[in-house]
Design a protein around this ligand. Structure first.
Ligand code: SF4
Ligand code: SF4
Length: 88
């Protein structure tokens, strides 16, 4: 399977494996720190981060879908303002 198909799989939920309770850690986004740069979206290997605009926000902020997040920690590593923290 090519990388491109892997990226698309999320859009067909019936083909996409959900993360089990084996996940060791979860990323948590500090919405006040997030500057909406979308770096984490580009690097997430599971394509499970979306940019969402909440009513009070001017910019869209990162929102993580925990049904598919594997807890790899890449998003926390690449965030330029350290807005993502991995919690056990
Ligand atoms: S921990 Fe990994 S899988 Fe989960 S949102 Fe971050 S980069 Fe994506
Ligand atoms: S990389 Fe950090 S600042 Fe950029 S959108 Fe993701 S959480 Fe927000």
């Amino acid at each position: 399977m090519s990388l491109e198909k892997g990226g698309i799989i999320k859009h067909d939920i019936s083909k996409s494996p959900k993360t089990g309770d084996w996940a060791y850690s979860k990323p948590q986004v500090d919405k006040d720190k997030c500057i909406g740069c979308e770096t984490c979206v580009q690097y997430c290997p599971d394509a499970c981060i979306e940019m969402v605009k909440h009513k009070k926000d001017i910019k869209k902020k990162a929102d993580i879908d925990y049904d598919f997040c594997k807890g790899c920690g890449v998003c926390a590593q690449v965030c330029p303002v350290k807005a993502i923290v991995m919690k056990k």
